[in-house]
Design a protein. Structure first.
Length: 315
């Protein structure tokens, strides 16, 4: 099966490409190597993909509609996994327009090209942020009301709506996957764990925002397994991909102390845009896809620290 991945040089995209190659599939990557991630990181991630097997790669923005359409026409992918986009809540507060352009206009482009080139299956990377603030309860797919807390979340909610409308107009199989805080080796450098580990390596204090917060942290391998199961599925639907278990910040701190006993902590107020907690109800994905998140937080964090120690120049 040939699968086109937008954002293929990114954290999730490169892991997905490697797994597809290992499963005998053919990934085609589109990524424009933007400045959001340092180039060295993306080049490293692409190298890992090419080391695993032959993948096609196009250094192109999915905002360039004609180029993307021409790539789809040439490659004729069975499926498109649209992972490319601007990720991250806090930077979206400063520059909402950039998020609207990349995440909404960009998704519109990818969907329009897929429709034009008769792609059979499109998978869109959405986010737990579409649930807004609903602390203390497992979030099931029908609980997204549109009352979100950040331009990032709004851009994902808007892009989801476009996905539904294109499915209605063109009839391709459409799956929306709502990822819950993904972490692991090669995790995005702007995300909490990479930031913590970078500071810990330099003996700097780490900052905890908000009190009593919890997150459904999902290990990268479980996310990639969820995408693979979705690629093999036949129905259009929206699925949560999380671990199904929120981890309290106090548990995160315990794990950090286990690996870095001299850690110094700073406590600050919660930031605007951040939700207090997330907790995925993954029962629909379990039943309909056979999704079974397997990596415990302890194990996943251990793998992440081990990777960071080996690649301290890239973290
Ligand atoms: N990592 C998480 O915790 C998480 C959680 C929820 C949702 N998501 C979503 O999953 C997707 C992948 O996330 P990630 O963590 O791998 O992020 P990432 O930043 O590592 O990857 C995104 C990739 O998209 C590429 N990109 C951005 N704009 C582009 C454009 N115009 N043309 C071509 N490529 C472009 C970037 O260069 C980058 O390599 C994103 O859509 C993100 O919003 C991620």
């Amino acid at each position: 099966m040939k699968v086109l991945i937008t954002g293929g040089a990114g954290f999730i995209g490169s892991h997905l490409a490697i797994r597809l190659l290992k499963e005998g599939m053919h990934p085609v990557l589109i990524d424009h190597l933007s400045e959001e991630l340092p180039h060295a990181r993306k080049e490293y991630q692409l190298k890992q993909v090419f080391k695993t097997g032959p993948a096609a790669y196009y250094n192109c923005s999915f905002l360039e509609r004609e180029k993307v359409s021409a790539i789809m026409e040439k490659e004729k992918p069975h499926a498109v996994v649209h992972l490319g986009g601007l990720a991250g809540v806090i930077p979206s507060l400063k520059d909402p327009s950039a998020y609207i352009k990349t995440n909404i206009d960009g998704t519109n482009n990818v969907l329009a090209c897929a429709a034009e080139q008769n792609v059979k299956h499109v998978i869109f990377a959405s986010s737990s942020s579409v649930y807004g603030e609903q602390a203390g309860v497992p979030l099931s797919e029908d609980m997204a009301t549109g009352r979100v807390l950040s331009p990032y979340a709004a851009s994902k909610a808007g892009a989801e709506a476009l996905c539904h409308s294109y499915r209605h107009m063109y009839g391709f199989q459409m799956n929306i996957l709502r990822f819950f805080t993904v972490y692991g080796p090669w995790g995005r450098p702007d995300m909490a764990f990479a930031t913590f580990i970078r500071k810990l390596f330099h003996n700097e204090p780490i900052t905890i925002y908000g009190q009593g917060t919890g997150r459904d942290y999902t290990y990268i391998d479980d996310i990639v397994s969820g995408i693979l199961l979705t690629l093999k599925s036949k129905e259009s639907d929206v699925y949560n991909l999380g671990s199904g278990r929120p981890v309290l910040m106090s548990e995160v701190v315990d794990e950090i102390k286990h690996h870095f006993p001299n850690v110094k902590l700073l406590q600050k107020e919660a930031r605007i845009g951040d939700v207090t907690s997330t907790w995925a109800d993954v029962s629909k994905a379990r039943v309909k896809l056979g999704y079974d998140p397997a990596v415990s937080f302890k194990k996943g964090f251990e793998e992440t620290v081990a990777w960071a120690k080996e690649h301290s120049d890239l973290i």
